[in-house]
Design a protein around this ligand. Sequence first.
Ligand code: G
Ligand code: G
Ligand code: MN
Length: 511
Amino acid sequence: MPLTVKYRRSRRMRIVVTVLCGVIPIVLGLVILCLQAERALHISTQRTAEEARRQFDLMLDNTAQAARELLPLAGESCSEAKLALREQTTRRPFVRSTNLVWDNNLYCSSLFGDYQEKVNPGDYTQGELWLMNGNPVTPDTALLVYRLSAGKQGALTTLNGYHLSNMLSLIGHETILLLQVGNRWLSADGKVQEGALPDLPEAQNTLTSSHYAFTVKAGFPEGEVWRYMRAEYPPLFSLLMFFGVVSGAIGHVLQKRSTSPSHEIQRALEAGEFIPYFQPVVHGDTKQWSGTEVLMRWQHPKEGLVRPDLFIPFAEHSGLIVPMTRSLMKQTAAILAPASAFFHGLFHIGINITASHCHDLELVEDCREFLGAFPQGSVSLVLELTERELIKPSDVTHQLFEQLHALGVMIAIDDFGTGHSSLGYLRQFNVDFLKIDQSFVAMIGADALSRHILDSIIELSAKLDLGIVAEGVETVEQSDYLTAHNVNFLQGYLYGRPMPGAEFVAALSHH
Ligand code: G
Ligand code: G
Ligand code: MN
């Protein structure tokens, strides 16, 4: 049955929606936290790079100042200049050595005095800075050489690499920080390497000095964002989890609340909660059980037994009344067919139908199947159509009622007297029974006028040759009155209340 599949899918759907309600805020929150962590790391590397650039600028200012003071001495003999060279190395904290150059020839050094070495300006980035991996004096310590020249005069001052790598590790104690000069770069471990700066996996920031020919780069190793989140955000993670659970719970509750009546009816139909109750109909003269009206009840798991007035309107509205009635007919056949031996003559079984049953010919098949469940000629199926909402005649309804009659199914107008069906209407649908509404039966013994209306109805049905059933018979007085007026069938609490199938079959076998 398509209803079954639809119901299962929507149940799974509900679980999916609940899980999504819980998971989406958590995922969104994690994404936001991740972006926030990336931003925080980026700000951190930006600050680190700025601070490193500022410190290196200051150190180079100091080194360049030494070179500026010595440049005028270039060309003088080394023995005269060497004291001035040594004074600079002593006075300036970062300067390791100073040298004088004449015509690209290093001829005087603070360390060795007279000296001879070729100077190649091409070694210097922008003719100004050269990052070396050491020199013959200290082969393992990096050096940064600053070159200043004017015509043939030149001065070289060297900055101790120890200070540089120390600065790299102090400023970037949690960050990877690198200093690049030309095609060489220095890391915090004091090693100088050839080539372009490596890419740093997270939050990379590169800054170039506006005063000297160097660049610094700051960044973090792979996975730093996650490490940062784990270190900084545990309280936020707990909060996210809490929101996820609350949101999932709200989603769950809202879905439960938003189940529409028709959805709930669909569920009940699938669960087999709609069951038939049976109220006996007795012969007017003998008071023997001549049949039954099948009345639907909803055995609700929480609400208990629900009366049809409370759910039939919803069932009709959603079109579910058709499969519900089909299920009711199947259950009725299963309950009553095995008891057919207790039927006295032709047993009338009344089933209530509504206008929705008359839109197509499906009902014919349902009735055929129903009758097929009983021994041939043992039952007469009576479809009760309430007078309160009459169906409109059309090609389909004519066909439907013709085929029903061909099957031997009878038609009763239920609650007769409460609506306004014309004689033409009764003839058009080939009506077989009128069920007098219980409000008229209740008038018996009241005033003369009410009794007059009742008498007219009985008279009318006799003239039209229609069977007549009086509903709601509660007293012996009513029963006697109706019998005296030749009402063929009686139904009411006086003879039996609507009862479950097993009880009805048991009572039937005793009558
Ligand atoms: O037995 P009871 O009080 O529950 O019936 C209340 C109303 O519900 C009656 O008008 C009766 O005709 C209607 N009813 C009972 N069972 C069915 C049913 O199976 N189909 C329809 N359409 N109406 C029903
Ligand atoms: O389909 P219909 O409207 O005829 O359904 C009959 C309705 O009348 C059902 O709700 C049934 O429970 C109710 N009923 C049946 N017998 C009596 C009776 O004797 N007195 C009263 N008050 N209600 C009855
Ligand atoms: Mn009825």
